[in-house]
Design a protein around this ligand. Structure first.
Ligand code: NAI
Length: 320
């Protein structure tokens, strides 16, 4: 059997670790030797109130099992304070799992500025502030593992979740850039897209599913992403019910929407090309912004050369 994956000497911050998924991440990390900061504001699922109990209970549980943990009761919006707790208690931070979250579901017409701001603040700004505060420490030690928590509600949309969807896709964008900025210092940033039974999804997920979607089934996937042996950086991993998969974006082959390099694009030309513009049968994955803009240069070159076939091919990157 394979050697056990350990986290001895590592310090992990798990935000929103007082319940649900975060609690499972904290318990598993601690059971494998990590020192854990159990962050939780302890408010309601709509972001009202605060209590130290949520974090304290999990810290107690970890200590009872022989692990090491401290509680942190700050809101993730005060990311510097959260990271400070790790530095004061354990002197470093190696792992940051941005997991804290709330919901304020309303249709777009009924969404108030407060519903919008609070959800964006906790998920997106909170993950930004914690990551920004942890980053200098990770850079200095040339090591870091960061997780952002996205959602299928962001990727596919979900009725009544305009604020939450926007925040969750914002986190995908944030992860993309953190992955690039951290690369040369061995700081990896990956995205988890979970589906799990918690107070957040009670009454939302169908009852039959709810029983089976234990948060503990996702923890090994997320904690593996945080191990030094995991080389992924910038991956989106979806996981539920003891299943996991990588997810990524694709771009179609595309089509030129102007007759030639000497002629402008017109509405009618766009209309006539629309089936090709939206055809995804030859879609490919683009790995970077330079790959994306590189293929644009190729389009222009082919247009200038008047090469119709090459133009058709110019977006099927790797096929030229
Ligand atoms: P949960 O409600 O059980 O856990 C979230 C925890 O975050 C709570 O303990 C809460 O007190 C804490 N929290 C809220 N605001 C905070 C703040 N400002 N500062 C610090 N802590 C705060 O929910 P669950 O399901 O475990 O969710 C964890 C993460 O996974 C969230 O980001 C959620 O959006 C995401 N997610 C969950 C899905 C699911 O199916 N459960 C689906 C997709 C994403």
């Amino acid at each position: 059997s394979a050697a056990k994956l350990r986290f001895d000497g590592r310090v992990a911050i798990v935000t929103g670790a007082g319940a649900g998924l975060g609690r499972e991440y904290a318990l598993l990390l601690a059971s494998r030797g990590a020192k854990v900061v159990v962050n939780d504001l302890g408010g309601s699922h709509v972001g009202e109130g605060a209590s130290q109990r949520a974090a304290d209970v999990v810290v107690e549980e970890i200590r009872k099992n022989g692990g090491e943990a401290v509680a942190d009761y700050n809101s993730v919006i005060d990311g510097a304070k959260v990271v400070d707790t790790a530095i004061k208690a354990f002197g470093r931070v190696d792992i940051l799992i941005n997991n804290a979250g709330i919901l304020r579901d309303r249709s777009i017409i009924k969404t108030t500025d407060q519903d919008w701001n609070l959800v964006l603040d906790v998920h997106l700004k909170g993950s930004f502030k914690c990551t920004q505060a942890a980053f200098p420490h990770m850079k200095a030690q040339n090591y870091g593992r960061i997780i952002m928590t996205a959602s299928n509600s962001g990727i596919y949309g979900n009725f009544g979740q305009a604020n939450y969807s926007a925040a969750k896709m914002g986190l995908v964008g944030l992860a993309n850039t953190v992955a690039i900025e951290g690369q040369k210092n061995n700081i990896h940033c990956n995205v988890i897209i979970p589906t799990a039974a918690s107070r957040m999804t009670e009454g939302i997920l169908p009852d039959i599913l709810f029983q089976e979607l234990k948060p503990s089934l996702i923890a090994p996937v997320v904690v593996y992403l945080c191990h030094e042996s995991c080389e992924d950086n910038g991956s989106y991993i979806e996981s539920a019910a003891g299943w996991a998969t990588k997810v990524h974006t694709v771009r179609g082959k595309g089509a030129v929407v102007r007759p030639s390099i000497d002629e402008p694009s017109t509405l009618e030309y766009v209309q006539s090309a629309w089936n090709k513009v939206t055809d995804m049968s030859q879609a490919t994955h683009i790995n970077s912004i330079s790959e994306a803009s590189g293929s644009l240069l190729q389009v222009l070159e082919n247009l200038k050369a008047g090469d119709k076939d090459a133009i058709e091919d110019s977006f099927s990157f790797g096929n030229k």
